[in-house]
Write a new protein. Structure first.
Length: 294
């Protein structure tokens, strides 16, 4: 009753009702939120997650015109290159990924099992399972992928690269990375080249958009897009709020223009950087509600 009263007062006084959510993937939950907005038109929904795949989505949008990216047919890959991606540990649909990966890892009576290359800056669960692990800083991943594109496009490409793209790619070379593991990198290049269309390069969620875009191009060059499973798309029904949108919310809170804040399965007091001032701004909101499954 107290919450309903607070919502009605906020709506009557023209103040914003802010709902701060974690990632929303359920159509039913999205329908509930839409119905809430219909009931209280002053509502604005903010999506914020400490760990998210927004960089991957934005790169996919630039490459293919949509933020909905496909799952990967890891079970059909002869060669996998993981770039700072703990896809077998705690990233993405890791349980499904593990099932798919191990389907081609059964070595008893077989000789066609897969090979896993991991290039990462920290030791991950996926890295511990690698056949070849290459230690590389996250800040060098873009240059590394571009060097792979340059090297592997020399042997042919399933797509045509324009002059501008070629000139950008030619600035990067594999030999410049030999100091971090010449033999391993040589194995990697040869394996990717020999398994065009039967390999996949996969970048982690923590890497920037430019790396994901470069990985998209590398997979196109190698014809690895046949391992994309478009029957299983990763959807996010509410777009991750930008830094600017979160900052604007905090300004509205500080200025007394937000009547009610509802934390829906989220904890921005913990997940937002302290210098945002979210905690202190929250104290200036009349009613704060937390709804969580935990």
């Amino acid at each position: 009753e107290n919450i309903i009263t607070a919502l009605n007062e906020a709506q009557r006084d023209g103040k914003e009702i802010a709902i701060v959510t974690d990632r929303i993937t359920s159509p039913t939950t999205k329908k509930v939120l839409d119905d809430f907005v219909s009931k209280y038109p002053n509502t604005k929904i903010y999506s914020h997650s400490l760990v998210n795949d927004e960089q991957r989505r934005q790169a996919w949008l630039e490459s293919y015109g949509t933020t909905e990216y496909p799952s990967i047919k890891f079970e059909d890959a002869n060669v996998i290159l993981s770039l700072d991606a703990d896809f077998l540990g705690n990233e993405g649909n890791y349980i499904e990924n593990m099932r798919k990966f191990t389907a081609k890892r059964e070595v008893v009576g077989k000789t066609d099992f897969n090979r896993l290359y991991v290039a990462e800056g920290r030791m991950s669960a996926t890295g511990m399972m690698a056949d070849y692990r290459i230690s590389i800083s996250p800040s060098m991943q873009y240059e590394f992928v571009m060097a792979l594109i340059n090297e592997l496009s020399k042997s042919g490409s399933t797509i045509s690269l324009d002059t501008n793209s070629k000139s950008r790619i030619e600035k990067y070379s594999i030999p410049s990375f030999n100091k971090i593991g010449k033999e391993k990198i040589s194995h990697l290049v040869n394996d990717l080249n020999a398994n065009r269309g039967k390999a996949i390069v996969y970048a982690g969620d923590t890497l920037p958009k430019e790396v994901h875009a470069a990985v998209n191009l590398l997979n196109e060059v190698l014809g690895n897009t046949v391992l994309y499973d478009y029957t299983s798309l990763s959807k996010s029904l509410i777009t991750q709020s930008t830094k600017e949108e979160i900052s604007k919310l905090i300004d509205l809170m500080n200025n007394g223009k937000v009547g009610t804040v509802i934390h829906f399965d989220s904890n921005p007091v913990f997940t937002l950087p302290g210098d945002y001032g979210y905690t202190s701004a929250l104290k200036k909101v009349n009613t704060v509600v937390t709804l969580t499954e935990e």
